[in-house]
Design a protein around this ligand. Structure first.
Ligand SMILES: C[S@@+](CC[C@H](N)C(=O)[O-])C[C@H]1O[C@@H](n2cnc3c(N)ncnc32)[C@H](O)[C@@H]1O
Length: 245
């Protein structure tokens, strides 16, 4: 599916509007578990001790910060996003951290990253790929900017597999969360969240998208009963030149 400038503008505007309360709502609505999910995502990404790591759709930068916390100072972290307001909050947090010098903040669409082919030694995208209209293009872009052998870790919401848990989760996600989100932030954004999760491909279908984009050894791991899923893929070591990927 080809995304339009209009789609991108709407998504960007929605995240600009929620940016001031984004972190607060994340903590409240997930009861703080979102931090654990991001930590798991970063732990699952195997990285060398130096080079450049990309956190795409970085938003307010929590994954980028976690990468910096867990890795040596020789590793630079690029945080990219289409929303200027989200990035602005992220930049403030990065500058206030002990790792301020290691971050580069870039306003960019992950369907067209302004990064050289084979630049990065690893990449993450947390709760971002669901919002991207043309996912195959974005995944190919992520593959293009990674060096052969480098990994991508994706963190995304899922539908829990256990039927009873799924019923409770659906009540929370489709009823309570939009209500609370509406009280504390932008109602439309917190109605969009469960809808977008429902439209997101199944675990198997998303792994196929990763393989089609050029990733090998694609695997997934459910966390918290399958509320969220981590996906990991690696650019083949004997990869064709990035231009052709
Ligand atoms: C739910 S937030 C996740 C932010 C952050 N990764 C986190 O873990 O909290 C989704 C982010 O994706 C960004 N986004 C949506 N579509 C994008 C695109 N095509 N390219 C880059 N960023 C995008 C939004 O602006 C927003 O900041």
């Amino acid at each position: 599916m080809q995304s339009t400038g209009n789609d991108r503008q709407k998504i960007g505007a929605m995240f600009d509007a929620v940016a001031p309360r984004y972190d607060l709502l994340n903590r409240l609505l997930s009861l703080g578990i979102d931090r654990y999910w991001r930590r798991c995502a970063v732990r699952w990404l195997q990285l060398p001790s130096q080079g450049t790591v990309l956190d795409a759709a970085s938003g307010t930068g929590d994954v980028a910060l976690e990468i910096a916390r867990r890795t040596p100072a020789e590793l630079q972290v690029v945080a990219s996003d289409i929303s200027a307001e989200m990035l602005c909050r992220g930049r403030e947090k990065m500058l206030a951290s002990a790792h301020g010098q290691r971050f580069f903040v870039v306003r960019a669409d992950c369907e067209a990253l302004p990064l050289a082919a084979d630049l990065c030694v690893g990449a993450t995208i947390a709760f971002g790929i669901r919002n991207v209209a043309d996912r195959p293009t974005a995944l190919r872009e992520l593959c293009r900017i990674l060096q052969p052998g480098a990994q991508l870790v994706v963190l995304e919401f899922s539908e829990p597999l256990h039927p009873l848990f799924r019923v409770c989760y659906q009540f929370y996600f489709h009823r309570l969360l939009p209500f609370l989100g509406g009280l504390l932030s932008q109602a439309a954004a917190y109605r969009y969240l469960p809808d977008s999760v429902q439209r997101f491909p199944s675990r198997g279908a998303f792994k196929e998208l990763l393989s089609e984009a050029g990733f090998a050894g694609v695997a997934h791991r459910d966390l918290s009963g399958g509320i969220v899923t981590l996906y990991r893929g690696q650019v083949p070591k004997e990869s064709t030149p990035a231009v052709g990927r």
